[in-house]
Design a protein around this ligand. Sequence first.
Ligand code: HEM
Length: 81
Amino acid sequence: MTKFLNKWFRQIHRWIAIPTALLIPIALIIKLIGNPEVVAFWEKWDKLPSILMLFMAITGAYLYLLPYIVKNQRKQKSMQP
Ligand code: HEM
């Protein structure tokens, strides 16, 4: 199970990183320039960077904890008779 989650969370984290890294500066530039038409259009998509960041935070938190989870599993296994 840990191997499966490791593979898929890492893949999700890696692939969502690309649109996240593109959208956050795009959103900032749109707001700084402040063209009313573009701002009105962007309002529909404004939540997207936050949703992507949420996925990055969840998968990133798992990847962060992974070494500790694996360590704990090894310890548990070595304690079995
Ligand atoms: C929001 C909180 C985030 C957390 C807690 C987090 C945490 C992590 C962790 C723990 C790793 C694994 C490092 C390793 O052991 O190899 C990782 C990998 C990575 N992170 Fe994040 N990250 C976050 C956000 C982001 C964002 C915003 C981006 C880019 C837009 C990003 C891009 C990447 C990439 C490209 C990798 C390498 C993935 C791979 O191994 O293939 N992360 N992150």
